[in-house]
Design a protein around this ligand. Structure first.
Ligand code: AMP
Ligand code: MG
Length: 480
């Protein structure tokens, strides 16, 4: 069993720095003014063997407020580009984040530590390199919540607040967050070297990703094709989990797509309140390119962009074959996720239709998406009232319910209680803790985080407190 380490004992390497200079720029963090701890995830700390007691150490704020560096750290900002809202942007990159380095975690894999909000880099363009406290709180809660729900995601170790002022729609306080991931490489990293016509570097990048993250692909006839096929599958499965949970990412630009199929870059994300398939959580997304129901096709579109970048390394026909796996892979994973949530075991030809009709009923009644699953748990226990109250007491609902109850078996209640969250990170909940945190009170943030760690814990929830009108399916600004 690995021992816990203190901050002074952490020893970083940096595998990304194996790549030559065009891939990154070495940059030192710019210290935040009077940094202090806002939040600490003991679950994330455990991944890297960091002693949870370090949460109370002043050093933590110094290390992650940009005042000092961990042993072995040689921070760098990586360069990437990407398709933003469908159009290509020639250069993006880590404009407000630094890769501090990586270390071996308790699971034996290496974890990268990235410091977000650490000041300007050569890729900051017009930005200040900083992150608003509210935006890192949202990312922190979002990533730890999805992780607890079993969704692949980057993790959040801690948030450091400060007296550094930043200018967004108003003056706000700047903060930093330490993000953990086996890799922060995006589709956009590949696009950058493709569109700047540097095939050798593109190959270097592909080799790097295969060596460290897809080692099992090296033995394949074309390792790069094998990697691409797996990226397509992982991405399809990821989005299937988002859809089943009602999670909207909000900014599915290719620079926000992880090469490991993780949820990455939490901006104006949101969970569905009412089941509204065309819900747009990002206020800047006027045309709804990234609306909830668009996410699967956009994810596939993003996989096409990645395929385009790999054209020099893999035959087009092979890329196409790999891409064709997206839809079936998505459909299988989505059905599997929905069946779990409905407590359905085994296979029946009618399952797809049962799910589809359920969604139609939800949409028609504008019912709360996640509450309805909890209400169904009551129906499974013999009490149909809550679900009738949400979906409406009519013959279509009664007919669907009787077919559903006829389809499930004795294990349904158990299955459902494992997969249906009792607590969902609704935007208004995040907003409440943000407002308190902005006043210097982090206690509600800690409470909400604690609840999100075990989202399915409580037994049957009785009161499905309606989400207030103004709080339902809101859209958020992209500024962060
Ligand atoms: P995002 O929408 O957060 O994924 O960011 C898109 C691009 O803008 C990335 O290259 C970011 O690094 C960059 N960026 C966003 N906000 C800032 C900021 N405040 N300062 C510098 N760069 C930023
Ligand atoms: Mg981004």
């Amino acid at each position: 069993m690995m021992k816990w380490s203190g901050l002074d004992q952490l020893q970083l390497g940096n595998r990304f720095a194996e790549l030559p200079e065009p891939f990154y720029s070495l940059v030192q963090p710019q210290p935040l003014k009077n940094p202090h701890l806002v939040a600490f995830s003991t679950d994330a700390a455990a991944l890297i063997g960091l002693d949870p007691c370090q949460a109370s150490s002043q050093q933590l704020s110094e290390y992650f407020g940009g005042l000092r560096l961990l042993k072995g750290s040689n921070p760098l900002a990586t360069v990437y580009s990407g398709h933003q809202f469908g159009g290509y942007t020639a250069q993006l990159g880590d404009g407000r984040a630094l890769l501090l380095g990586d270390l071996e975690g308790r699971d034996g894999q290496r974890w990268e530590l990235q410091l977000k909000g650490s000041g300007k880099t050569p890729y900051s363009r017009h930005g200040d390199g900083r992150a608003a406290l509210r935006s890192v709180i949202r990312e922190y809660l979002g990533s730890e919540a999805l992780a607890a729900l079993g969704v692949p995601t980057t993790r959040a170790l801690c948030i450091i607040g400060s007296e550094t002022q930043i200018c967004r729609e108003s003056i706000e306080s700047g903060a930093s967050m330490v993000r953990l991931s086996p890799s922060h490489i995006r589709f956009g990293h590949f696009e950058y070297f493709y569109y700047t016509r540097r095939p050798e570097q593109l190959k270097q990048l592909a080799d790097f990703v295969i060596r460290h993250h897809y080692p099992h692909c090296s033995a394949e006839a074309n390792p790069c094709l094998a990697m691409y096929s797996e990226v397509v599958e992982r991405t399809a499965r990821l989005v299937a989990q988002w859809q089943a949970l009602g999670f909207c990412h909000g900014v599915m630009n290719t620079d926000n797509m992880s090469i490991l199929g993780l949820t990455l870059d939490y901006g104006p994300f949101g969970f569905l309140d009412d089941y509204q398939p065309d819900y747009i959580c990002n206020r800047t997304d006027e045309h709804g390119r990234y609306a909830y129901h668009q996410q699967p096709s956009i994810a596939m579109w993003n996989c096409v962009c990645l395929a385009q970048s790999l054209m020099g390394l893999v035959r087009q026909a092979d890329l196409q074959t790999a891409l064709n796996r997206f839809q079936p892979e998505y459909a299988i994973a989505y059905t599997e996720q929905m069946k779990r949530r409905l407590g359905i075991e085994g296979k029946d030809v009618q399952d797809g239709a049962l799910i589809e009709e359920f969604l139609q009923l939800l949409e028609q009644a504008k019912a709360d998406y996640n509450f309805t699953f909890l209400a169904l748990e009551h129906a499974v226990a013999g009490e149909a009232e809550p679900v009738m109250a949400l979906l409406g007491d009519n013959s279509r609902v009664r007919d669907w319910l009787s077919r559903y109850l006829g389809r499930i078996n004795i294990n349904a209640a158990q299955l459902m209680s494992q997969y249906n969250p009792r607590v969902v990170l609704r935007n208004y909940l995040a907003q409440q803790v943000i407002e308190q945190a902005e006043q210097g009170d982090y206690s509600e943030l800690a409470k909400l985080h604690a609840a999100l760690r075990t989202p399915c814990k409580e037994g049957l929830s009785r009161d499905f407190q309606p989400v207030r009108d103004g709080d339902r399916n809101v859209s958020l600004s992209c500024s962060s």
